[in-house]
Ligand binder design. Structure first.
Ligand code: UTP
Length: 473
């Protein structure tokens, strides 16, 4: 196939537009580029809305008065981990969720488009080996759970996996080479999210990573909304009769995708978007706070939450803003369909990051401190758009062990996530009546056993595990 040609008129029009927005420097190397490079750069530039970028670059971080929002905020409508707070029993929610799964009404969305800069792993984060005994990757852990759930409820769970240009090719190659990780390829759709240019934080000028390439970064997990629509995945889900979408992020190996009780709570509460939370460890813990304010469930980031609001307690001395966001959600497909037409309604947040760039001489510069603004949408900004939203408390040790940082950090490391996986397996085994000797590492593949009852059945007659074991099929 020959590369498309670009007329001199098109280039001149593009130059006029760029000059109008003070971005003409991006064509500074044009005459030195090969034809293919010119075509590629032109395509990148054509996909950028310069007026939008100009507005974002000068806009203040936010116009919201968080101090006053936090003062008005109360605890969100929620069912607590012990079942309090709901007009139905947890056991009823489990049955309701199971019905939805058996009826084939549930699909899942895993977002895996992030660049994973903090972890410092040179492949997509989903390929990170996290199984403490098995060495299985994050992608494999997710697939294992979905296979097990599908088998139990007799329905293949459609999987929508979001990548970004930073992770797409390697992710697709990995899934193909590993036989779709045991899932039916018809069940999996890998789709790519959009990007946003990074701009210099002093001047607002678009950064280039080479004379022919703009510095583009994924447009945030909130980019999933637009990408689901553009890729046809939302229509695909609706066409398969899906009513509920279980959402998780690839970097939390404890994510309980398609968990019956979570689905049941979502359905019984009549919610359009339900979010699973954990109880904060202390008032100022660095997690997003899920709150009710102005009649809407919404998130106030820890950095926006004044300390007095964070420390507020009720008559019984309980923290009012207790619910910490862990980025596990359930969406009504209808809600996503209606919101997808206004994907632009999700605001861009600004993150100041270090982004390598080429200078006016075409030399690559690697900054040692943040020099750029990246623009990202957040999926949780959908919460206040939901007519009804609901919150379900999960026990932290069962649902949340994010892999964000390399092992030399204090929190959110692979080492801690592996520990959490082992602890969960030890707990399952001991509840099932199987003792595990001190210091022994255990891991359970979901296809082997998803819960205590299955563990007990599979290991009847076993009293003690005395060496490291991966229980798998
Ligand atoms: P984070 O915001 O923690 O970012 O993503 P990250 O890219 O994984 O890591 P850092 O900040 O560069 O170190 C949380 C989840 O959202 C996904 C990530 O893949 C991860 O599962 N995500 C993030 C996307 O899918 N797209 C994005 O644009 C950003």
């Amino acid at each position: 196939m020959t590369a498309p040609t670009i007329s001199s008129q098109q280039v001149s029009d593009m130059m006029d537009e760029l000059e109008r927005y003070g971005q003409a420097h991006v064509l500074g190397f044009w005459d030195r580029l090969t034809h293919a490079e010119q075509v590629s750069l032109f395509a990148q530039l054509s996909s950028i809305s310069l007026p939008e970028l100009a507005a974002l670059a000068v806009q203040q971080q936010t116009a919201v008065d968080y101090a006053s929002l936090a003062a008005r905020a109360s605890s969100p409508p929620a069912v607590q981990a012990d079942g309090r707070g709901a007009a139905w029993q947890v056991s009823e929610a489990v049955v309701r969720g199971q019905q939805a799964l058996s009826a084939g009404q549930v699909a899942c969305l895993i977002v895996a488009g992030g660049q994973g800069t903090r972890l410092g792993f040179d492949k997509p984060k989903g390929m990170f080996p996290i199984g403490p005994v098995s060495g299985r990757t994050l992608f494999q852990l997710f697939a294992d759970r979905l296979i097990a759930i599908g088998q139990r409820y007799g329905k293949r769970i459609p999987v929508y996996l979001m990548t970004s240009p930073a992770t797409h090719d390697q992710t697709v190659q990995y899934w193909e080479e590993h036989d779709w990780l045991g899932l039916d390829p018809q069940q999996v759709r890998i789709f790519c999210q959009g990007t946003m240019p990074a701009v210099d934080c002093e001047t607002g000028k678009i950064l280039m990573t080479s004379p022919a390439e703009i510095a583009l970064s994924p447009d945030g997990h909130g980019g999933a909304l637009g990408a689901l629509r553009r890729s046809g995945c939302l229509d695909d889900a609706a066409g398969r009769g899906i009513r509920y979408l279980s959402y998780g992020q690839v970097d939390n190996p404890l994510t309980q995708l398609c968990e019956p009780s979570l689905l049941g709570h979502h359905i019984f509460s009549g919610s359009e978007m339900t979010t699973q939370v954990v109880r904060k460890r202390h008032p100022t813990e660095k997690v997003g706070n899920v709150v009710l304010a102005d009649g809407r469930v919404q998130i106030i980031e820890y950095s926006d939450l004044p300390e007095d609001a964070a420390r507020r307690t009720d008559d019984q001395g309980n923290l009012v803003l207790w619910a910490g966001n862990i980025a596990v959600h359930v969406f009504d497909i209808q809600f996503l369909q209606s919101m997808a037409h206004q994907a632009e309604a999700l605001p861009f947040h600004r993150a100041i990051k270090a982004v390598p760039y080429v200078d006016a001489d075409g030399q690559l510069r690697v900054p040692d401190k943040p020099n750029a603004i990246k623009f990202e949408r957040f999926i949780f900004d959908l919460l206040p758009h939901a007519e009804h939203a609901f919150v379900v408390e999960g026990k932290r040790e069962q649902v949340f062990a994010p892999v964000k940082n390399a092992d030399d950090a204090d929190a959110d490391t692979p080492r801690l996530a592996k520990q959490a996986i082992v602890l969960l397996a030890r707990d399952l085994l001991s509840t099932a009546g199987v003792a595990v000797a001190e210091g022994v590492q255990v891991e359970i593949q979901p296809q082997f056993a998803l819960d205590v009852a299955e563990t007990r059945e599979k290991l009847s007659g076993v009293d003690l595990i005395s060496s490291d074991r991966y229980f798998s099929v």
